[in-house]
Design a protein around this ligand. Structure first.
Ligand SMILES: Nc1ncnc2c1ncn2[C@@H]1O[C@H](COP(=O)(O)OP(=O)(O)OP(=O)(O)O)[C@@H](O)[C@H]1O
Length: 366
């Protein structure tokens, strides 16, 4: 069992409170991504799990074994935690070949020559770089170097693999390839992975769970689909989604069991709800959930085209409503519309999330 549990973890740097009462559980086999804007404490969390930083308070257990107890000042050495960390800068030894770099991680473990060769071969094969085994790092592309760094990390068969923005130095195409590679690797090795990134697409595509952080506080931990579909609060909703989610001011009133009546600048909207909720709220709807029509539709809301941004496979359309609300709509493929023209929009009410204006939390409707 390589379950990792953090409880009440606090960390300060120079009187700045960086991690605030962090509770996080990483189950065995999880691909857990720590996601959040720069400086929110993702790397610090990873470093605390590995033992490169010590928190002032809190408890961390790995496989039910206490490796950190802040109050008792007990911190297990990094080398005794059974983890393996790959950094953004992959730091390969320049004077060693690919094979030598990968086998370096094994040398302290005293394997026979034949065992080492077999393990290195397997790791290189998994990363599809066996044919590069005799090259030096300077003879490799950035993506190939990154594969070597990951091969070096998996050769020791760690129970947990920790990756800190490992793809950030790669170009867009390579990054895409490596995402697929890492996901496949996780599927094959079934290793627990803790992954740090500020790239939401990376988090959404690879993870089994995402932990979203803001300023050292955990905002939501959930599978990617839930994070995307039901952001737990308005901060997560504003952060997730590219292009950004649309917000619409609303006054909600529970008119009868089963419906919320909402007064908005788009008119009166009704949303199915078992929750008897009333008050000021922000409605959130993704750009891809808004349907756009160049012909008048039965319940369509008329809007003026403010701008059209075609991008090949998709088109972003900026709209302005009569009440001067700006909305962003994403259409797959091309859309032949002119600036200034009127279009009609519709959206399925079950795709709308309601956020309480007072506390910013998602209102549970069902
Ligand atoms: N050794 C240190 N000494 C002082 N401050 C530090 C130290 N390490 C991190 N910090 C500060 O702690 C905060 C969190 O840093 P951390 O590296 O964990 O953020 P992050 O979410 O990983 O950001 P990024 O995506 O930019 O790497 C930042 O404000 C950073 O400046």
């Amino acid at each position: 069992m390589s379950r990792i549990v953090l409880k009440g973890v606090n960390k300060h740097f120079n009187n700045n409170h960086i991690l605030k009462d962090l509770d996080l559980t990483i189950e065995e086999g999880d691909f857990m991504t720590l996601l959040g804007p720069s400086g929110c404490g993702k790397t610090t969390t990873l470093r605390i799990i590995t033992g490169l930083e010590n928190p002032e308070s809190g408890i961390i257990t790995i496989s039910d074994k206490e490796v950190v107890n802040g109050e008792l000042r007990h911190y297990t050495k990094p080398s005794k935690r059974g983890l393996n960390l790959v950094f953004q800068s992959y730091a390969l030894w320049p004077h060693m070949t690919v094979s030598e770099n990968v086998s370096f991680g094994l040398s302290v473990q005293k394997y026979s020559k034949a065992e080492t060769k077999e393990k290195v071969g397997n790791a290189l094969e998994k990363m599809q770089i066996l044919h590069l085994k005799d090259r030096y790092p300077s003879e490799l592309s950035g993506g190939q170097q990154q594969r070597v760094a990951i091969a070096r990390a998996i050769v020791t068969e760690p129970k947990v693999l920790l990756l800190d923005e490992p793809l950030s130095n790669l170009d867009a195409k390579l990054r895409l390839d490596m995402r697929a590679e890492l996901k496949r690797l996780h599927h094959e090795l079934k290793t627990t992975i803790i992954y740090v990134t500020h790239d939401q697409v990376e988090a959404l595509t690879m993870s089994t769970k995402i932990a979203v952080f803001f300023e050292g506080v955990l905002a939501q931990v959930a599978p990617p689909r839930d994070i995307y579909r039901y952001p737990a609060n308005i901060r997560v909703a504003s952060f997730i989604g590219n292009p950004k989610i649309n917000f619409i001011d609303a006054d909600c009133e529970a008119v009868n069991t089963g419906t919320l009546k909402m007064e908005t600048s788009l008119g009166t909207l009704h949303i199915p709800s078992k929750n008897v909720y009333s008050g000021k709220a922000d409605l959130a709807i993704y750009p891809e959930d808004i349907q756009i029509s160049t012909e008048r539709t039965a319940n369509g809301i008329p809007c003026a085209i403010y701008s059209v941004l075609p991008a090949g496979s998709e088109t972003l359309v900026q709209l302005t409503t009569k009440s001067n609300l700006n909305l962003l709509v994403k259409v797959i493929g091309e859309l032949d519309v002119e600036i200034g023209k009127t279009v009609w929009i519709d959206f399925p009410m079950d795709k709308v999330n309601v956020y309480d204006r007072e506390n910013g939390e998602l209102v549970q409707l069902q």
